[in-house]
Write a protein that binds this ligand. Structure first.
Ligand code: PRP
Ligand code: URA
Length: 207
């Protein structure tokens, strides 16, 4: 499985803001938005293009656009904070939605909503979720996508735990991971260490 770590200095700086426990909700959301721009930029590095002639005010030249823009699928709640940046870079991208809450006792994802196109054959999909911890939520989401025919899935995550990456690897699901850090480990509550805490609570407040 391809795991790409975006360790650009600007990504490291935004990630540090997100990790810092003193960062308030608004600043956390702003840093997540900026960092998502960088993750999407890297995730689309090899995206196929189509070209067409155009006129600048000066001359004729060739212009480009994405040949097959990905479906964007934020995993609610925490993935919502990545939508704005992803749409800013790919305004033409369509969206699906998956709502999951990790049961903190069993650590299994509890699904509470799903809104996805019926067929995903031939469509790349970007799953937006800042945290890949045990990998249970991401594996559940990818299965919803592969059940609809998706074969080209990219997980866009701010942080990944080695345990979550191993989970995805062992699942055999067709996914690559773009992240700004593979952290050390999970703690006894399956939180990422050093991590950044609860990504949903840090954006929107505790529920
Ligand atoms: C967080 C995070 C992931 C999940 C990761 O969401 O956004 O979806 O936990 O954990 P896992 O890899 O062990 O499954 P959470 O379930 O806390 O919900 P929230 O986004 O509503 O806060
Ligand atoms: N979900 C989070 O929001 N943070 C973690 O560290 C693990 C799961």
């Amino acid at each position: 499985m391809d795991v790409r770590v975006v360790d650009h200095p600007l990504a490291k700086a935004r990630l540090s803001t997100m990790r810092d426990a003193r960062t308030d909700n608004a600043a956390f959301r702003a840093a997540l938005r900026d960092l998502t721009l960088m993750l999407i930029y890297e995730a689309t590095r090899d995206a196929p293009l189509v070209s067409a002639p155009l006129h600048t005010p000066i001359a004729r030249t060739i212009g480009y656009r994405l040949a097959n823009p990905p479906l964007l699928v934020p995993v609610l709640r925490a993935g919502l904070g990545m939508v704005d940046a992803a749409q800013a870079l790919m305004p033409e991208a369509q969206m699906g939605f998956v709502g999951l809450a990790r049961n903190e006792a069993t650590l299994k994802p509890t699904p509470y909503m799903e809104s996805l196109p019926e067929s995903l054959e031939g469509r790349p999909v970007f799953v937006l979720d800042p945290m890949l911890a045990t990998g249970g939520s991401m594996a559940h989401t990818i299965r919803l996508l592969t059940d609809r025919g998706a074969t080209d899935v990219t997980a866009i995550c701010v942080l990944a735990a080695p345990e979550g990456i191993a989970h995805l690897e062992q699942s055999g699901l067709p996914v690559r991971v773009i992240t700004s850090s593979v952290d050390e480990r999970l703690n006894d509550s399956a939180y990422i260490v050093p991590g950044l805490g609860d990504a949903g609570d840090r954006q929107f407040g505790a529920v």
